[in-house]
Design a protein around this ligand. Structure first.
Ligand SMILES: Cc1cc2nc3c(=O)[nH]c(=O)nc-3n(C[C@H](O)[C@H](O)[C@H](O)COP(=O)(O)OP(=O)(O)OC[C@H]3O[C@@H](n4cnc5c(N)ncnc54)[C@H](O)[C@@H]3O)c2cc1C
Length: 231
């Protein structure tokens, strides 16, 4: 296993660009698991290079450092209940204590705890690319393979959202995670790309597949009714 230890965030993002077969190493819960995204890849350690604090800014927005853990989210007084609920979808305390928010969004998994939620909450990420620092919405980053490094997230703490998960058990992979806020809808369905839009009809945009979490027909049924009578 090769692990690089760059000395700053710009060096890290340049390394990631230079080495096609590479991933960032944050908490490592995804990268270091068998079959995870880091398997047979070179790891670029970002610990110490990216913020981990959660703080309120003068404009009222909450800044969440990309290295803040899911447990930090749950314990912070600055974080709205819906985001705590998203972090609690990770049922293991041990994993929540290492798993970072940046790693959860950066992994862009089809059963992401926070991907659908941060998309409907219109969360903006402050990132660094080889060309400089840039803001980008989670909703437009999530469907891509972009290699930028997330530094922190900007969240409006006054927003509340609907979030609902279906799965066989709290610890198994989610069959479906749905989120809605102010007319923005998102669906993460296991085996499919996350869909995002302005109507519950987005369930028609999903290419459903049958797998261990459920049949394609079952997933489509859940997706078609999940926003009925929400909240
Ligand atoms: C048994 C098990 C079950 C799991 N189940 C789920 C699940 O159901 N849903 C789910 O979402 N996750 C799941 N995970 C994966 C993981 O725990 C979380 O996604 C976690 O939040 C990843 O954070 P991390 O800091 O550990 O990321 P790491 O493992 O360090 O990195 C994961 C990915 O994120 C990228 N990344 C990390 N930080 C950044 C950054 N700042 N900017 C850009 N990219 C970045 C890396 O390039 C890498 O590809 C599971 C893990 C295990 C071990």
């Amino acid at each position: 296993m090769v692990i690089h230890h760059p000395s700053n965030a710009l060096e890290a993002v340049n390394k990631r660009k230079e080495i096609p077969c590479s991933v960032y190493l944050a908490g490592g819960t995804e990268d270091l698991r068998l079959g995870g995204q880091g398997e047979n890849k070179e790891l670029i350690d970002i610990n110490g290079l990216v913020p981990s604090e959660i703080r309120k800014r003068e404009d009222g927005m909450v800044e969440i450092g990309a290295l803040a853990t899911l447990e930090d989210i749950i314990e912070s007084e600055l974080i709205p209940e819906c985001v705590k609920k998203g972090a609690r979808l990770c049922a293991s305390f041990e994993k929540r204590n290492s798993a970072t928010v940046g790693g959860n969004i950066g992994a862009r998994r089809d059963d992401s705890y926070l991907g659908a939620l941060f998309s409907v909450l219109d969360v903006v990420m402050h990132t660094i690319t080889p060309h400089g620092e840039e803001d980008k919405k989670v909703s437009s980053y999530f469907p891509t393979n972009c290699r930028r490094l997330i530094l922190y997230f900007l969240l409006d703490p006054k927003k509340e959202a609907f979030i609902r998960r279906f799965g066989n058990t709290s610890s198994s992979h989610a069959t479906l995670i749905a989120a809605e806020c102010e007319g923005r809808y998102a669906l993460s369905v296991k085996g499919s790309k996350m869909v995002f839009g302005t109507s519950p009809e987005i369930y028609k945009d999903v290419e459903y597949v049958s797998d261990i979490t459920g049949s394609a027909e079952y997933k489509k049924y859940l997706a078609s009714i999940v926003f009925e009578g929400e909240k």
